[in-house]
Design a protein around this ligand. Structure first.
Ligand code: GUN
Ligand code: ZN
Length: 430
């Protein structure tokens, strides 16, 4: 067994439902085969288990590994293409890059860059938009399994409107997806997700084939985009006969389920929120992407009031990086900018959105998301460089809540010193 020492912060009780930050300074977690078996103070657990190996993560903060509920594997090289709204950005920037992943060598390099981006940011669990090419997705699963990341991903499919080299057909989408799922679903920490890009680029037949695949692969997940940009919403409503809203284009194909996660939902209507809540589907809130593409200010209060589960997504590459510290801060900013319509977020809310809420949205809340006994030890060690403003802020903070606020205000990937999945370090450490 291993005894991890440090200051541990987590949010096992949902702060949106009255829960508060849990913290233990000079704490210890006893981990056996990846699972937390005891938690307590360093003093108590050290004297009860004097012979166990010690890993000292004192100084800085230890947080549950981040859960990124929306991020695109093929887009790591084009982060930072600023100045365009969604549909122009897709045409001129994202989709030309996605087409390059037809080349498997290129896709392999991008897979390594992508996974390194995720893990070095402290992300240990992710719902990942794969590529439009099965060989590229196969490589991504291979590398993720080698690293040990908890990844849910799959083939991205479309059969209209996009550039022709990204299109497939409903039966091919089903066959390719099933082959990938048979190879990777449940292998290591990989799970399969069915991923139509967005209903704008998918015919009714393709969405039917997605539902059939979802039924065929037990325990698979579903993800897509929704209500991101007003021009996109108007186009979807034109394309689908007798659809009152964007969600209906998925719902009439049986794609709004408790295993479904929809990214963005900036322009949600009350009727859509009701259905999302009824079905137990999740929403990935992607604040830097919504800002960079000018998509809009996310109606978090309305989601919470309707009982829709929300977690954070980086949405790389429309989002401006892999760090969920940055996403948390941007989420906070945007709620402040909404004034009375906004939901003022505490550091505990931000940590919850970046960890336990993501685990719940992905159906992994029994395994990860906080440091309770019985959970896996997935963690990031935030240890800022000595003398940096973040280091000074954390050391002089008046309690853990204040320290956590500073982590979200100033923390970056460079401050993440070590990352653990199931008790094992992943990626490079310092
Ligand atoms: N809608 C369809 N495809 C995409 C994408 O790649 N990024 C974002 N942000 N929205 C999308
Ligand atoms: Zn996206």
């Amino acid at each position: 067994m291993t005894l991890f020492l440090g200051t541990f912060l987590d949010t096992p009780e949902d702060p949106f439902a009255g829960g508060s930050l849990r913290s233990v300074e000079n704490g210890a977690l006893l981990v056996r085969e990846g699972t937390i078996v005891r938690r307590g103070t360093a003093q108590a657990l050290r004297s009860a288990h004097p012979d166990e190996e010690i890993v000292d993560l004192s100084g800085g903060l230890v947080l549950p590994g981040f859960v990124d509920t929306h991020v695109h594997f093929p887009q790591v090289r084009m982060i930072g293409a600023l100045g365009m709204p969604l549909l122009d950005w897709l045409e001129h920037s994202a989709l030309p890059e996605e087409a390059r992943l037809a080349d498997t060598d290129y896709a392999g390099e991008v897979a390594d860059e992508f996974l390194s981006g995720l893990t070095s940011a402290g992300t240990t669990t992710a719902l990942v938009f794969g590529a439009h090419f099965p060989a590229a997705v196969d490589l991504l699963f291979t590398r993720a399994a080698e690293i040990g990341l908890r990844m849910t991903s799959g083939l991205v499919v479309s059969d209209r409107i996009l550039r022709p080299d990204l299109l497939t057909a409903p039966q091919t989408a089903y066959d390719d997806g099933l082959a990938l799922a048979k190879r990777w679903h449940g292998v290591g920490r990989n799970r399969y997700a069915v991923i139509p890009r967005f209903s704008l680029s998918c015919t009714e037949d393709l969405l039917d084939s997605c539902a059939a695949l979802l039924d065929a692969v037990e325990g698979s997940w579903f993800t897509s985009h929704i209500n991101e940009n007003l021009a996109e919403v108007a186009t979807v409503c034109d394309l689908f006969d007798q659809c009152d809203n964007y969600l209906a284009s998925y719902h009439r194909h049986g794609l709004v389920r408790s295993h479904s996660v929809f990214a963005h939902n900036v322009h949600a209507t009350p009727g859509e929120l009701e259905i999302l809540a009824q079905q137990g589907a999740g929403v990935a809130h992607c604040p830097t992407s919504n800002s960079a593409l000018g998509s809009g200010l996310f109606p978090l209060r309305e989601h919470v009031e309707h009982g829709v589960q929300v977690a954070l997504g980086s949405d790389v590459g429309a989002g401006t990086g892999f760090s969920l510290f940055k996403e948390g801060l941007q989420a906070y900013f945007m709620q402040q900018l909404l004034g009375e319509r906004g939901l003022s977020l505490s550091p505990a809310h931000l940590l919850h959105l970046a960890t336990a809420a993501g685990a719940r949205v992905l159906g992994l809340a029994d395994e990860v998301g906080d440091f309770s006994e019985g959970k896996q030890f997935d963690a990031l060690w935030l240890r800022p460089g000595a003398g940096t403003p973040l280091d000074i802020g954390v050391r002089h903070a008046d309690g853990p809540g204040e320290a956590l606020g500073k982590a979200f205000a100033m923390g970056t990937t460079a401050d993440v010193a070590r990352v653990y999945v199931a008790g094992h370090p992943i990626g490079s450490s310092r």
